[in-house]
Design a protein around this ligand. Structure first.
Ligand code: SF4
Ligand code: SF4
Length: 457
């Protein structure tokens, strides 16, 4: 029985509330796998690479600590209390621990199962519940998001955002999560309000490949110029690009937060949208989405109608940088400025730890004449964006964003390259907060500039 149902059955809510919370536990539907838990030998190697442990400094907010907690709940030794759920919520899902662990502990699968348990069984406070419901009913649906953004466009155009930020009013009066949401709002343009890409875009010159492109839900609204640049880079390199009109959100946002039903629905819709198009690959330019698309085979493994389709679909998914690196750039490229250009490439977690892609984007950028790459300290540490983590856990997200931008700007690079919409908005915010004028672009925008012979301003 769900906790909410238990509560409605209680005659005296206050009296029994604590008692109920102390009995909440995982249900029988896919609890974190004890065999995967047992693979952890408690060596602690993962602690130093875990961003939540780095900031919070408690064992319970580290991979090892969370694995202990999962085990304790499985064994019935501890309840899924609000405090324990908080330790699972504090995980960024960055997967750095998966990369680090010498014993091959599949923490990604453990936290995935745990998050779904938390969402089903943990009773969140009303404000927390409302915030999550708001996010999951708007962010994955571009047209709903657009309705919401219309007044925000006016807010920005009339200069109200600037005024309220400079007077400190937002800081003083908004709840911290709403404040965090406002703080990462990019500068909106009218382009954000409609999808302008046609369904079929021809390759320039001889067609080498036919690829489908996922537009992303937040990506197409917040960074439509990145999608436009991606199409130009692909077509300039001999790809015909198919942009199915019926595509929506891929489900990454819901998947990373344990929203199982929504994830399954969105994954199936995405598979259907790209079905029967005779594609060589399905490409994506956002790391979080790419990682989830590649996981469809696992996410839909129990669905009798979609299990096989999902496996075939995932096999075709490629991050656009991975794809271009593999097939090779054929377009002529020009320098972005006369002098050598230094670029710091920022590794998004779901690209580096989730998809193990790190060399490919660097190889592509190095093909631009006059480019020199610089590496930052702690390059593999999360920037604190982590999907909606910087909204749900603003303090930890803020500290990580601050550290990331300090490390990136310390390289002295003139340009930062980042291949994920969440990281871009987070890094942009902290560049502004720290008063840096360093340019920030998606690698596809950088390649697009080079192919079109456009110079940096
Ligand atoms: S998850 Fe891996 S690295 Fe971390 S404590 Fe367990 S075995 Fe060690
Ligand atoms: S996923 Fe990231 S934040 Fe979560 S435990 Fe692993 S390293 Fe820490």
């Amino acid at each position: 029985m769900q906790v909410s149902e238990q509560i409605s059955d209680q005659p005296n809510f206050d009296q029994n509330f604590d008692q109920i919370l102390s009995t909440v536990t995982f249900d029988s539907k896919n609890p974190p796998n004890p065999e995967l838990i047992d693979a952890c030998v408690h060596c602690g190697f993962c602690l130093s690479t875990c961003p939540s442990y780095r900031v919070i400094g408690k064992e319970t907010d580290s991979p090892r600590g969370r694995i202990y907690l999962m085990d304790g709940i499985n064994e019935g030794d501890i309840p899924l209390s609000p405090a324990i759920a908080g330790h699972f919520d504090s995980c960024l899902g960055c997967l750095a621990c998966v990369t680090t662990c010498p014993s091959g502990v599949q923490y990604d699968q453990l936290i995935e199962a745990t998050r779904a348990q938390v969402e089903r069984n943990h009773l969140r406070s009303l404000p927390e519940k409302l915030l999550r419901q708001f996010i999951f009913s708007t962010f994955p649906y571009p047209n709903r998001l657009r309705v919401l953004l219309a007044p925000l466009l006016v807010y920005q155009k009339l200069g109200l955002q600037k005024l309220l930020r400079s007077t400190g009013w937002l800081e003083q009066f908004l709840p911290k999560q709403i404040k965090a949401m406002e703080s990462v709002l990019p500068t909106l343009t009218t382009q954000a309000f409609q999808d302008t890409l046609p369904e079929l875009i021809a390759a320039k010159g001889e067609r080498r490949y036919r690829v489908g492109m996922l537009l992303g839900c937040v990506q197409r609204v917040f960074l439509p110029e990145v999608n436009n640049a991606t199409v130009r880079v692909l077509t300039a390199n001999g790809c015909e690009v198919v942009v199915p009109k019926l595509q929506g959100c891929c489900g990454a946002l819901s998947h990373h937060q344990g929203q199982e039903a929504q994830t399954l629905e969105l994954a199936k819709q995405t598979i259907d949208a790209f079905a029967d198009l005779n594609l060589d690959a399905v490409v994506i330019n956002a790391s979080g989405c790419g990682h989830t698309l590649k996981e469809y085979g696992h996410i839909l493994k129990d669905d009798p109608h979609y299990a096989e389709k999902a496996k075939l679909f995932s096999a075709k998914v490629k991050d656009v940088q991975e794809f271009l690196d593999k097939v090779g750039l054929t377009a002529k490229m020009s320098p972005l400025q006369e002098q050598p250009l230094t670029i710091a490439y920022q590794d998004a977690c779901h690209m580096l730890h989730g998809q193990k892609i790190s060399l490919e984007p660097r190889r592509l950028l190095r093909q631009i004449p006059n480019v020199q790459l610089r590496e930052s300290v702690d390059a593999s540490l999360c920037c604190g964006s982590a999907g909606i983590y910087n909204i749900l856990q603003p303090e930890v997200g803020h500290e990580l964003g601050e550290q990331k931008v300090t490390n990136l700007t310390d390289t002295g690079a003139q340009l930062i390259a980042s291949a994920n919409v969440g990281c871009i908005t987070q890094i942009r915010k902290h560049l502004q907060l720290q008063g840096h004028k360093t340019l920030l672009m998606h690698p596809m925008e950088i390649l697009d500039y080079s192919i079109r012979g456009q110079k940096l301003e």
